[in-house]
Design a protein around this ligand. Structure first.
Ligand SMILES: *[C@@H]1O[C@H](CO)[C@@H](O)[C@H](O)[C@H]1NC(C)=O
Ligand SMILES: *[C@@H]1O[C@H](CO)[C@@H](O)[C@H](O)[C@H]1NC(C)=O
Ligand SMILES: *[C@@H]1O[C@H](CO)[C@@H](O)[C@H](O)[C@H]1NC(C)=O
Length: 431
């Protein structure tokens, strides 16, 4: 639309110091999330919009809200459009956390250009968000590391660099399944589709393992070795990718931040934060002030202070970059959402950065989702619930077998129904 664009341009021209040359609607100022137009402190609340497989980002077309009320899960939407934004804003939300998966964004290899089809979709969501005053946090999403480990995240080509001799090999030390398949001796089944970008949704062992109990994939030796590679030799390759994302979104006013990794499944805290620092540095080449989100293991917020961090890392966190934020999740660890929020806020204060509860789950009632959202609000902490829609198809075996136990379904396919895909809700709101 022309008018809002024009008024934004005028605002930029006549804006007082606040914007300081930044195109962003929301910036971090003095360690707080700030409305860059008014200079006032704000709280960002919203929903996750994450598509875990091709085409990776929902389309903006469509004339209806993405309806997720179908409890039998016989439908799924592929869009995030103006009706979804109006719907979310009507529920009192002002942001989304938009998943961008490395495998989808940079499919061609290390240091290559980003996928132009993905960038078109990303642009479209960010432009629409701008038009309707919705803010967007870019979430470099992964679960269970990547397709080679039956999850999504790092590209297959990255796994081939990290664990070249283990592509299509049994994941270790997973025991064989109840039906006797997919143990460490079932090399034949594990080898199906080895090296395929869609190994995670095509390989039968992956399909049997990346449903309900997918969490065990993150502690396999293949997952852990890949993360260690990412934190050492592969660090520059990752930083290059993150920098290119910053370059792609820097001129979009709605894009207020880049969260470097969803739920990093790794425990080497010092190496991990060194990697965050390299990635943030790559971002700064293209954007002086977009927020950059750091996180701890699996986005847990524990009272661990500077544990295992080198002095220069702590210096970077506290004084080296004033546009960092701390991203955390709550799904039951530590015991209460209040504890998680307290821990995150304390760490944020220590490091001089704002925090955001970028995921929490569980709808309805007072006991879980709403209790979490309320606790965050009470502490002045923004949050984004998991999640707006499942964004994947097919959800279940067409022949009625348990998920993952049918022949590879053909026909329509989008996203990836893996690693915690269920429970989308386009109308989550608490009293
Ligand atoms: C910032 O303030 C302007 C003016 O009040 C308002 O229109 C806009 O929605 C605010 N942005 C955010 C992200 O709160
Ligand atoms: C795998 O096969 C070897 C011999 O081929 C056998 O000794 C071993 O017990 C098998 N392991 C499992 C876990 O089935
Ligand atoms: C969505 O969340 C609301 C609570 O705000 C709940 O009443 C509703 O049942 C949820 N819908 C689904 C499909 O889970």
């Amino acid at each position: 639309m022309f008018l809002p664009r024009l008024s934004l341009t005028l605002l930029l021209l006549f804006a007082p110091l606040g914007k300081a040359g930044s195109p962003r609607n929301v910036i971090i100022k003095d360690g707080k999330w700030t409305n860059s137009t008014t200079g006032g402190v704000i709280r960002l609340d919203g929903a996750n919009v994450v598509m875990k497989g091709d085409p990776w980002i929902p389309a903006v077309e469509g004339s209806t809200v993405c309806d997720t009320t179908d409890v039998d899960q016989q439908t799924s939407c592929q869009t995030f459009n103006e009706f979804d934004i109006k719907n979310l804003k009507g529920l009192g939300y002002n942001m989304i956390r938009l998943g961008v998966v490395w495998a989808g964004a940079q499919p061609d290899g290390p240091f290559t250009e980003l996928s132009s089809t993905l960038l078109e979709r990303l642009d479209a969501v960010l432009d629409l968000a701008e038009e309707y005053d919705l803010q967007v946090l870019i979430d470099l999403h992964q679960d269970a590391v990547g397709t080679a480990v039956c999850g999504e995240g790092v590209p297959m080509w990255f796994s081939q660099l990290a664990i070249p001799n283990q592509i299509g090999k049994p994941l270790w030390p997973l025991p064989k399944l109840d039906d006797g398949t997919c143990g460490r001796n079932d090399t034949e089944t594990w080898a199906e589709y080895a090296g395929d970008n869609d190994y995670n949704i095509k390989n039968l062992c992956c399909r049997k393992l990346n449903g309900e109990n997918w969490g065990q994939l993150t502690s396999t030796s293949q997952a852990q070795e890949t993360m260690l590679y990412l934190f050492t030799k592969g660090r520059d390759v990752f930083a290059d990718f993150v920098g290119k994302i910053a370059q792609a979104v820097n001129d979009k006013p709605a894009a207020f931040g880049i969260e470097l990794m969803n739920e990093p499944p790794a425990i080497e805290r010092n190496l991990m934060y060194k990697t965050w620092q390299s990635a943030a540095k790559a971002v700064r080449v293209f954007s002086s002030d977009i927020a950059v989100g750091v996180a701890d293991t699996a986005n847990g917020a524990l009272p661990i202070g500077d544990l295992d961090l080198r002095e220069e890392t702590v210096e970077w966190l506290t004084d080296g970059d004033q546009y960092l934020f701390y991203a955390f999740h709550w799904y039951g660890t530590p015991k209460t959402p209040d504890q998680a929020i307290d821990n995150a806020v304390s760490l944020g204060e220590k490091w001089g950065m704002p925090v955001h509860l970028t995921e929490f789950g569980g709808y309805g009632g007072d006991s879980y989702g709403c209790a979490t959202q309320r606790a965050a609000k009470a502490a002045g902490v923004g949050s984004s619930y998991w999640h707006y829609s499942d964004y994947c198809w097919p959800k279940h075996c067409p022949d009625g077998s348990p998920d993952g136990y049918c022949p590879l379904p053909d026909g329509d396919r989008w996203g990836a129904c893996i690693t915690g895909w269920g429970s989308g809700n386009h109308s989550f709101a608490c009293p």
